[in-house]
Write a protein that binds this ligand. Structure first.
Ligand SMILES: Nc1ncnc2c1ncn2[C@@H]1O[C@H](COP(=O)(O)OP(=O)(O)OP(=O)(O)O)[C@@H](O)[C@H]1O
Length: 658
């Protein structure tokens, strides 16, 4: 997966250049740094268990960073710095990252958002000549791009006429702490080229020698909107899984301008960090299926996840992931699929009458006698829109009335020992009907797979929206909290606890770009871990970042755990990073922090956020579940009401509009 990239390691007076070359035609997954390093650094990197550490020469190492490996921006800076030979204690460590166009990278999302290259800097201001050298080295054939970038840098580095302008330059805060003028004359001048559009890429550079300033202990605290691990079942210990960041088009493309969006340019799926779910985006507007004018359906012959499949391909992939012998399948199912699994949910049965199925589309929700051909006769199977641990979700269309639906295809052999998860989805979700909860319309079963036909929520999920936007304005965040609280209030009144509330399970009912305009509405989905709670539950389950302290304390829990998770989500919505995070991605440390529940609102990220919003966060993240707000109380909270009404007034929409 590593392309042997051109090695560019050039000293300029202040900036060390790192360069890479993308391997062509591969999915973009990793950020790669190649550097010259001491053995000490190499070993420390290995101890950190990066995905790959390659020895390309005696002292040259490639480090692949991916989105899941990065817990916080602070940690990312430390990792980059260490990779470049400046460990965290080193005076010359990297403290800032800038894009080629002088925009400071302030969080993990910024880092993984498709920039081609970054300048990694220490404490001191960079010198324009060095930037120019760096740009020339990196983009030798792109004089316009270089000139453009240089112009922005020139503006940024122009001597500040007064104190205020200096403060605005973005270089003043970090140096305040050091208090040593000579330290400001040193920097970890490194030019890092980053390529998220390539499966793997390569950077090469050299360490800089000399005196460096000490760590100010005040590096950027902004964290990622990273998704932590999802538990495959409710008995397993919480553990962190991986994620691969989606591809974003590069700002300058693969060194080309004005590229037209083709189908092949549709961003590749993201692999969800929490649940190893592959995340793909809705088709770009205008990409309409050749099969149907109404719903974007798959063109042919792309087999990787997130690509489009024909019905035939779906069939093939179904076959390939199933146990080879049909007899084996049947035997497995006999032992794994409980009889309740096949019982239709009461609410689901009525869905058939409501949707006026034609004769050919009436499929039973009972028994396992159906075949894939039966399913395909009723549903045109479309592109992959989600992929969890046990299921893939595809956009489909009913053939009789053209209704777009989402079909969750569960391979039942993967559910052995966890049959309750699907049972929950069928019995609990099937019994619910609320505008803020994804509706289960029908379910069908073959010998090997179950098909859960759901309302299609076409705007992606909140995780993607957070990834896109970083953080949200208070009115947007308030309305989202209101939406989720409505859903929670509805299920909590029925003594149902969701237990896996997180941004990935909140679907946006319209396209993501409109979320930024405050119009997106959320719907709660994935009831795989939900259960009816009549007495305290002790099972440890959930997703680390969102797990409530009482779950970890194992003292028994109930519906308030969902409110805690909502508190974590609100915190992330407002500032872009999670309230409890371990710098070293240490799960034990994370759990300690959660149990301790000490809440901070670090500056400057929270400076502009109202006390009311902070107050609500505090009320949701109360370690004692008995004093935590209930979903009903959240809906009555003055900030939530005010924010929801601002959004409602802006968009002339009732909060209950589906
Ligand atoms: N009704 C829907 N409409 C649109 N997209 C959906 C729908 N349901 C699920 N998805 C997408 O599919 C992804 C996976 O779905 P879901 O979480 O239900 O699968 P899962 O296998 O239960 O996941 P997990 O691994 O978390 O248990 C979701 O994150 C979402 O992006």
């Amino acid at each position: 997966r590593i392309s042997m990239a051109t090695t560019v390691a050039t000293w300029s007076s202040h900036i060390l250049l790192l360069s890479l070359k993308a391997s062509r035609g591969e999915k973009p997954i990793f950020i790669v740094l190649v550097f010259f390093s001491s053995w000490t650094s190499v070993f420390s990197l290995q101890r950190k268990q990066y995905d790959f550490v390659f020895f390309l020469a005696v002292c040259k190492v490639t480090v692949l960073l991916n989105r899941r490996a990065v817990v916080s921006f602070e940690q990312l800076l430390l990792d980059l710095s260490e990779a470049l030979g400046f460990p965290r204690w080193h005076r010359g460590r990297v403290t800032r990252l800038y894009t080629t166009h002088a925009r400071e990278v302030k969080g993990v999302c910024d880092f993984f958002c498709g920039e081609v290259a970054f300048l990694a800097l220490g404490k001191a201001r960079p010198v324009l000549n060095s930037v120019q050298d760096a740009l020339e080295e990196l983009f030798p054939e792109h004089s316009h791009y270089r000139a453009d970038a240089l112009q922005v840098w020139e503006k940024k580095l122009r001597p500040a006429p007064d104190k205020a302008a200096k403060a605005d330059s973005g270089y003043s805060e970090e140096t305040e702490n050091t208090g040593k003028i000579q330290e400001m004359q040193q920097d970890a001048r490194t030019h890092v080229k980053n390529h998220t559009n390539a499966h793997t890429s390569q950077h090469v550079g050299k360490n800089q020698e000399g005196q460096y300033i000490p760590d100010s202990q005040k590096s950027n605290k902004k964290n990622s909107c990273k998704k932590p691990a999802h538990l495959p079942n409710n008995l397993q210990k919480l553990c962190v899984r991986g994620e691969v960041k989606e591809r974003h088009p590069s700002p300058i493309g693969p060194f080309k301008h004005n590229e037209v969006l083709r189908e092949t340019d549709i961003p590749s799926p993201i692999l969800c960090e929490n649940c190893l779910a592959t995340r793909s985006r809705p088709l770009a507007p205008g990409l309409v299926s050749t099969l149907s004018g109404r719903v974007p359906l798959p063109p042919v012959s792309k087999k990787q996840k997130g690509s489009h499949h024909t019905g035939q391909e779906v069939k093939q992939s179904d076959v390939s992931i199933s146990p080879s012998s049909p007899q084996v399948n049947r035997d497995k199912e006999k032992s794994s699929a409980p009889s309740q699994l096949l019982r239709p949910a009461p609410h689901v049965a009525s869905a058939h009458t409501e949707t006026q199925l034609t004769e050919s589309c009436v499929l039973p929700c009972e028994g396992t006698d159906l075949t894939l051909a039966d399913i395909e006769r009723c549903y045109e199977i479309g592109r992959l829109i989600g992929d969890g641990n046990f299921a893939v979700v595809r956009e489909c269309r009913r053939r009789d009335n053209g209704q777009p639906v989402a079909v969750k295809i569960v391979e039942r052999s993967k559910l052995v020992g966890r049959e309750h998860m699907m049972q929950n989805e069928l019995s609990l979700l099937g019994s619910l009907s609320h505008p803020r909860i994804v509706r289960l319309l029908a379910h069908h079963h073959t010998h090997t797979h179950s098909y859960l036909v759901m309302e299609l929520v076409s705007g992606g999920d909140l995780f993607e929206a957070i990834n896109d936007k970083g953080r949200f304005l208070e009115p947007e965040a308030g309305r989202m909290v209101s939406d989720v609280s409505e859903a929670l209030n509805y299920i909590h009144c029925r003594s149902i606890v969701h237990r896996d509330l997180k941004p990935e399970n909140l679907l946006v009912s319209i396209r993501i770009e409109k979320v930024s305009a405050g119009i997106g509405r959320l719907k709660l989905g994935d009831f795989g871990l939900a259960m009816v709670v009549t007495e305290p539950v002790f099972t440890i389950c959930g997703t680390p970042t969102y797990v409530a302290p009482e779950i970890l304390r194992e003292t028994g829990y109930g519906v308030p755990v969902d409110v805690w998770a909502l508190g974590v989500i609100l915190y992330i919505l407002l500032c872009g990073f999670a309230p409890f995070r371990s710098r070293d991605r240490d799960q034990e440390e994370l759990f300690k922090l959660i149990k301790h529940a000490e809440l901070h609102f670090p500056s400057p990220y929270w400076d502009s956020i109202s006390e009311e919003a902070k107050g609500l966060v505090r009320s949701l993240l109360k370690p004692d579940p008995t004093v935590r707000l209930t979903a009903e109380q959240i809906l009555q909270h003055h900030w939530v009401k005010a924010m929801a009404s601002v959004c409602g007034a802006n968009h002339n929409q009732s909060p209950n509009t589906p």
